[in-house]
Design a protein around this ligand. Structure first.
Ligand code: 5GP
Length: 177
């Protein structure tokens, strides 16, 4: 892996394709085990989680559904303050086992504010699977049940994650130099 330039910033190699794939498989194994016989509903949060959700879901070998929703957009290099309401949630969550699929949990603000809306529909269970988590950045309490990598509080791009709309197509994850 080499350094990459995305828009006006340099990013250094951080997590390789192979390392990500192995971790995604590990998360899927845990989910296959924990949700056997339950027909869970995965809800992937766009845009950032599209690549993770796709790779993760390919490794799910139990009956499961997936749906994609859109929340707040992420502007620049810090989480924007405004959380927009969910677009595209069609399923009734009542009595369903729901797994939220997120690319990264940073301050926790997005999910902290969004989860009560889902709880309102009385799912049987509601858990979070996040590929990346920045524990040092936490500002809002949030239980993340399945975490891929706990990472330092540095901006990352690639594997679905963007910097100002760019870099989502990178196969690896890069960290701001
Ligand atoms: P939170 O609400 O937890 O502060 O932020 C969650 C959202 O912020 C993520 O879904 C993601 O869109 C964005 N975000 C947080 N940290 C990063 C980062 O290091 N890189 C990128 N590309 N997006 C991030």
């Amino acid at each position: 892996m080499e350094k990459v330039r995305v828009k006006d910033k340099e990013f250094g190699p951080y997590l390789t394709e192979a390392v990500i794939a192995a971790k995604v498989k590990e998360l899927a194994d845990a989910l296959n085990r924990d949700y056997a016989g339950k027909k869970p509903l995965f809800i992937a949060i766009l845009n950032g989680s599209f690549m993770f959700a796709s790779d993760l879901f390919k490794q799910i070998n139990i009956d499961a559904e997936i749906s994609f929703i859109k929340l707040a957009s992420y502007k620049g290099m810090k989480s924007s303050g405004n959380v927009i309401t969910a677009i595209g949630l069609e399923q009734d969550l009542y009595a369903r086992d729901v797994i939220i699929v997120e690319d990264i949990v940073d301050t926790g603000k997005t999910l902290h504010h969004f989860l009560p809306q889902l709880q309102h529909q009385q799912p049987a269970s509601l858990r979070i699977a996040a590929l990346l988590h920045k524990p040092e950045a936490t500002q809002f309490p949030l239980q993340i049940d399945y975490v891929g990598f706990a990472i330092p509080n540095k901006f990352v791009v690639g594997y679905g994650l963007d910097y100002d709309g760019l870099g989502r197509n990178l196969k690896e994850i890069y960290q701001l130099a």
